[in-house]
Design a protein around this ligand. Sequence first.
Ligand code: ZN
Length: 254
Amino acid sequence: MKHISVFFAAIAASVMTASCISVSTTEFHAIPDSKTPMTMTPALFTNVPEGLVEDLGVENGIPSSMCAFLVKKDGKNILFDSGNGGEEAQLIPTLKIIGLSPEDIDYVFLTHLHGDHIGGMVNDGKAVFTNAAVYLNKDEYDGWGDVDESDMGRAYGEKIVLFTEDDDLPCGIQAIKAYGHTPGHTMYRIGDTVLAGDIMHATALQIANPESCARFDMDQEKSAESRKSALELFRAEGLKVYGMHFPAPYYIQF
Ligand SMILES: [Zn+2]
């Protein structure tokens, strides 16, 4: 994928933007990947203030989930992350309930490259979303270093469009850097709504204590900084925020 330059990404994005000019209602669908509610054990988190977990009454685990999101906008079907994949995964059955098959997906926007977000991209070494362009932050791509050799890299090849901060993305989608969880972890904003990826793994803990990091945060200091600025943005602008690990109903209205 190294040969896909930022220039290519910019061209692709502007062509696609041109096809998305009509303004219409935007629909958001949360797609939890498991049939039962998920929790995360407090032991997965650092800097948990003493007594907090007990105060929250979450000794048996902090309410969580594993979600992908489907957005219908400007006549396009846009997937944000793809869940875990595998036999238990609910992405494809849920898309079917919404009335979509995998080939109906026009774009996939990835928040980052952890397995619980890209596992659903590939099945048996083949691309699941055969007609989709896959948008990925170039810093995330560069940060992992071996994306071309991964199952997803091989399956999607040149359909992976790397973008940087200044590139226009299709359908008016805006990328917001939230680095730390992974090298190029990215949130996406559509109007007053944000798809926030893994900015928080346990909202009941981390909204009040943004310095608390999940063990999965690769750079914990940076991740905590990103979480604090994200929360400031969410509050300042009263945004509706969907999170890939937020518990049902999978969003918070700030
Ligand atoms: Zn995750």
